[in-house]
Design a binder for this molecule. Structure first.
Ligand SMILES: Nc1ncnc2c1ncn2[C@@H]1O[C@H](COP(=O)(O)OP(=O)(O)OP(=O)(O)O)[C@@H](O)[C@H]1O
Ligand SMILES: [Mg+2]
Length: 276
């Protein structure tokens, strides 16, 4: 029997975590623009099931759950960090401090050490940007399709590298770095680019902005590990590669979790268990 459910109602996706009958941690997601479905799903459980709620749209979900007496609200950042800690421990990963970068609809960056954590930065470039720019530039708006097609694309005719600018001459910084995301497309605008190439370049833009900012935060806080989470990374190996490679290039250690999108839901779930 399920006694408790953790729910993270995000700007795009509502993530749910609970321990099933065999005490296996189980995950599920819904689209946040259909909260009635979430409410219908919750109604399948016993009335006394305890619910830990977090996320920007938690208040909105509450209006669908008027009769529910067992709600426990947790601040999004507290839930996220608690969830990440649990996931790291489960994976046998232990370090004294870390930068945690949550790539949701937007991106929020945290510093975490022991029991202490603070939000240190963020950017509007996130999973919503990936969906939005992809839709506007290629007409494709399904996340899975964007990821699949981008994996087959090449950025070389769309981006401009430092080495492209220096034209074979000695470069003052690493020639393989991006000098200008989408910069080559502006110089030869009439040249056709495939959807695959455009999508690969959108992933590059999103990944490089987020990792650049996260790396700067890691330098500022003198931290080695950057834990990247959020559903934007779910099954998104091209984005993980862009972020992972850039982070390593800057001598920081990137960490990706198995269930990238569920840290907030896990944190919300654990908060109820703690209460009991
Ligand atoms: N099935 C899906 N449908 C839509 N987007 C998806 C899907 N799977 C992954 N994504 C990606 O995940 C992103 C949302 O990530 P996440 O669920 O972590 O954010 P959120 O919690 O909804 O937003 P925020 O934390 O900013 O309020 C989307 O913008 C999209 O890029
Ligand atoms: Mg979120």
């Amino acid at each position: 029997m399920v006694h408790a459910i953790g729910i993270d109602v995000g700007g795009t996706l509502t993530k749910v975590a609970f321990f099933d009958d065999n005490q296996k941690l189980t995950f599920l997601y819904f689209l946040s623009d259909d909260l009635q479905r979430v409410s219908d799903w919750i109604a399948l459980f016993d009335d006394d099931v305890k619910i830990g709620l977090t996320g920007g749209r938690a208040e909105q979900l509450k209006t669908f759950l008027r009769c529910h007496d067992n709600l426990h609200y947790l601040v999004e950042f507290d839930a996220t960090v608690a969830g990440v800690n649990y996931q790291l421990q489960k994976d046998g990963k232990n370090f004294p401090d870390a930068v945690i970068t949550n790539i949701g609809t937007g991106t929020s960056i945290h510093y975490h050490r022991g029991d202490e954590h603070k939000r240190i930065s963020g950017t509007g470039i996130g999973g919503g940007t990936l969906l939005g720019m992809s839709a506007l530039m290629t007409g494709i708006h399904q996340f899975d399709e964007i990821v699949q097609l981008s994996a087959r694309g090449s950025r070389s005719e769309v981006d401009m590298l430092v080495s492209d600018i220096y034209f074979g001459n000695k470069t003052p910084i690493d020639g393989g770095l991006t000098a200008s995301n989408f910069g080559a497309a502006g110089l030869t605008p009439l040249m056709e680019r495939s959807k695959e190439d455009i999508l690969a370049t959108v992933q590059g833009l999103v990944g490089e902005v987020i990792s650049t900012l996260s790396i700067q935060c890691a330098f500022a806080e003198d931290v080695e590990h950057i834990v990247y989470i959020g559903s934007t990374l779910s099954g998104n190996i091209p984005l993980q590669n862009i972020i992972g490679n850039y982070t390593k290039r800057k001598n920081r250690t990137p960490i990706f979790l198995r269930d990238n999108g569920y840290s907030g839901a896990i944190g919300a779930l654990l908060s109820i268990r703690k209460e009991n």
